[in-house]
Design a protein around this ligand. Sequence first.
Ligand code: DGL
Length: 268
Amino acid sequence: MKHTVLIFDSGVGGLSILQEVRQLLPNLKLSYLMDNAAFPYGIQPDDILLRRIVNVCRSAVEVLQPDLLIIACNTASTIALPALREQLAIPVVGVVPAIKLAANSAHGGHIGLLATPATINRTYTDDLITQFASGCTVHRFGSSELVLLAEEFMLGHDVDRAVIDHIGKWIDSTPTMTHIVLGCTHFPLLTPLLQTQWPKIQWTDSGTAIARRVKQLLPVTADDTQSGDLQLSWTAANQMPSAAENFLSQMGSIAHAAPLLVKEFSYT
Ligand code: DGL
């Protein structure tokens, strides 16, 4: 039987992770869940966010019964991984900024971290930098505007000028950075544009590493050669997420698409 992986984000960002998982493990059933009722996460207080993420993920796991959950959101992972691992009986894979990867390849010098304001200010992020990038100078830029631009881009709107102006100011006013970590899963959706505009910078994200981690945890049997189904769920009952639907339908047929009812769980 095919394994089902639930991939969760506030919006379309987690599709950058889904794409990597699909490429490496095409036979898995992939179920994409977006909390569009509470989007964006990156500007919300930690306590409210933690509660929300736990309620949404627990509700979804109850209904969809996945074998593994990917928190395809840095903002959610840097706050909710311990709680989710404690409360769920399946493996939970988190996405955190690829600071280690960038620092290992930068060998000192200046690296950038582009993430949501919440992720930028987290102790989790401070610890990653202290542990893995102590030899580098890390320049942080927190932006929720870029998250919104990535959502617009996925709806087919032309956001090139706005993205370039928004990040360009930061890049120009910072010592030359060899690497910039895309510490929000929305941002790799813009990588082709970023690479074209700033070809000397290495734009680094966690997508490939996450797909490899899933492969370790859910080995696929050799006789399973058929592509796995795709599914879509969302939390704003009356707002069908058309960008996610379009993106998924380019990869295969969507076997199931429905809003998710979020329950309130009590826990301490
Ligand atoms: N995609 C999410 C992340 O990786 C956050 C976007 C949001 O602010 O909702 O951080």
